[in-house]
Write a protein that binds this ligand. Structure first.
Ligand code: SF4
Ligand code: SF4
Length: 226
């Protein structure tokens, strides 16, 4: 999921055009983060009214990043949407950009800051474990990503500063490469660390990234199945 956090309202308010605002929440990631679910949208609506704005609409979209759903939403809500001066979007930055494409003549503002791709530990705790490098190695490193869990993002560790299994950059946490080695050793796979890992193939993370998905999986030779 994409982890988001609320922006300071004073950063947003100065950019609002007109008096009529429409609030949009994202019913997937932002809802799970409790930054853009219906509960938060209701709170934003109350604050906006207190500040003297007219809230012409409050809606949830099941993934504001989904152009197909946003297009349908636009079609189904044309009248009320056209009455808004400004749209306030509680989704990741992806969703804000998708939404803006549909109403280029209107002001569209993010209510949230987008932080990272995270896993959910509890309803309140999120953790970055993957930065989407496009060249995944966790199948070898026993499910521990050296690129996000190692403070130096190194592909071949440990770096030499690790002491008693702790990270030299942040002694409060375990050295990622120590953890990787220990897990591999427990499963008798530490010999896989004898060679060196090649550098990450950064041709896969040139931004902005695009992909077309045909739904087919490659066979052992890399060719796509029929
Ligand atoms: S190796 Fe790359 S794709 Fe795999 S978990 Fe780490 S950052 Fe994500
Ligand atoms: S001590 Fe371990 S986790 Fe910390 S920077 Fe060095 S290799 Fe990475």
């Amino acid at each position: 999921m994409i982890v988001t956090t609320a922006k300071k309202l004073e950063e947003i308010i100065v950019h609002i055009d007109g008096k009529k605002v429409f609030l949009i929440g994202c019913d997937i990631c932002a809802k799970l983060c409790r930054t853009g679910g219906d509960e938060q949208i209701a709170q934003y609506a109350e604050i906006m009214r207190e500040l003297g704005f007219t809230v012409v609409g409050e809606r949830q979209i099941e993934g504001v990043c989904n152009e197909l759903l946003v297009r349908k939403f636009m079609r189904d809500n044309q009248t009320v949407l056209s009455s808004a001066d400004t749209f306030l979007i509680a989704s990741c930055g992806n969703g804000v950009q998708v939404f803006k494409d549909f109403v280029p003549e209107k002001t569209v503002l993010p209510l949230l800051n987008t932080l990272f791709l995270g896993s959910m530990k509890t309803h309140r705790q999120f953790q970055e474990r993957c930065y989407m490098c496009g060249d995944c190695v966790v199948g070898i490193t026993e499910g521990i990503c050296p690129k996000t869990q190692c403070a130096k993002f190194i592909n071949n560790g440990p770096c030499g500063g690790s002491i008693n299994g702790r990270c030299e950059v942040d002694p409060d946490r375990e050295c990622a490469w120590y953890r990787i080695y220990e897990r591999m050793r427990e499963r008798g796979r530490e010999h896989l660390l004898d060679g060196i890992f090649l550098p990450t193939n950064h041709s896969q993370d040139l931004i902005p990234r695009k992909m077309e998905c045909d739904g087919k999986v490659p066979d052992a030779t890399g060719k796509k199945t029929k």
